[in-house]
Write a protein that binds this ligand. Structure first.
Ligand code: HEC
Ligand code: HEC
Length: 266
């Protein structure tokens, strides 16, 4: 009888094992997503001062931003085939979708090749983390976001609940707790960003936003006070915006994004 019980316990343990390692991996994939977004902020490294050597001469961007993976390969990971197929972010460079489900090692090598030369600015550990994102963290955003209208096809009603439970405690019920714009004189809220660039917003919902930390002034402007009446999670100064990759499934992330587009734009 006793032996039976032990076997039973062992079986439960073995059954749970894949889930625990899965959860840990998701954290790392999301971190890789934030490196993809803006590696020097995520890794606390110095901001590049020059335009990336692989950035095409005909491109319209200059300086540090040209070193962000997203600048050449897009928020939708589709490069010239996706949202960056035209406009001020066009580079003509292909996407990274071919490596979704591919070899992490191969991506790691690509990041050190002549085009990228990321081994000059980041340690191997960071490169392996972003490679994990490339291989395991991509989704096919074209399934959910209409390229022309930018409208998202999820369920806004379900998204509303998810917003209240996961976001409103920091951003308030209307997404306007604090200004998210990076330029002086500009005001942007969650509703503004979700409508302007749903691909970027989905990437950030899944992976988090590099350096998004609650500060004293954000708390004072009404954020982080549990005003959203969510699950009653209380946030403190220094807390970071969580990555939904570890909390919600893909359809829920899309439902959430659909609701974000219904929030006030100004
Ligand atoms: C300044 C532009 C630029 C930036 C920034 C950039 N890449 Fe690239 N990347 C390229 C070019 C150019 C290629 C080669 C494309 C080709 O072969 O047509 C490439 C190829 C790739 C490929 C192989 C795609 C394929 O299907 O062959 C992967 C994966 C990749 N990059 C990942 C990344 C990651 C991850 C980052 C950020 C850490 C990054 N890249 C940043 C320009 C860039
Ligand atoms: C712990 C508090 C916290 C939570 C919870 C939180 N955020 Fe944030 N969020 C922040 C902070 C801080 C910033 C950064 C503002 C800045 O750049 O100064 C931010 C930034 C953003 C941005 C703007 C990114 C950009 O491009 O500048 C979006 C969009 C966003 N959050 C959406 C969400 C959504 C959706 C949720 C729920 C899934 C969420 N946030 C949950 C604190 C939080």
């Amino acid at each position: 009888m006793r032996r039976c019980l032990h076997t039973y316990k062992l079986l439960i343990l073995l059954a749970l094992l894949p889930f625990t390692s899965y959860a840990v991996d998701m954290e790392e994939i999301a971190e890789g997503g934030r490196i993809y977004d803006k590696w020097w902020v995520e890794m606390e490294l110095s901001k590049p001062t020059t335009t990336h050597s692989a950035y095409p001469k005909a491109g319209k961007q200059t300086g540090a931003n040209t070193s962000r993976c997203k600048e050449c390969h897009g928020w939708d990971y589709r490069g010239r085939e996706g949202a960056y197929s035209k406009g001020s972010h066009f580079t003509g460079i292909k996407g990274i979708q071919a490596y979704s489900g591919g070899s992490e090692n191969k991506v790691f090598e690509i990041l050190k090749d002549k085009n990228h030369q990321y081994d000059k600015v980041m340690l191997d550990g960071a490169l392996k983390t972003v490679a994990k994102f490339v291989v395991h963290g991509q989704i096919d955003m074209a399934k959910y976001i209409d390229a022309k209208s930018k409208k998202v096809n999820g369920n806004a009603r379900k998204g509303k609940t998810l917003f209240r439970d996961n976001c409103a405690d920091c951003h308030n019920k209307d997404g306007r707790a604090f200004n998210l714009a990076h330029d002086d004189g500009v005001t942007e809220y969650i509703g503004t960003i979700a409508n302007k660039n749903p691909w970027e917003t989905l990437h950030k919902v899944r992976n988090g936003h590099p350096g998004a930390e609650m500060t004293m002034s954000k708390m004072h402007s009404g954020g982080g006070m549990g005003m959203g009446m969510g699950m009653g999670r209380s946030w403190r100064v220094g807390d970071e915006m969580p990555a939904m990759l570890t909390e919600l499934n893909e359809q829920q992330q899309v439902d959430l994004l659909t609701y974000l587009q219904a929030l006030p734009k100004k």
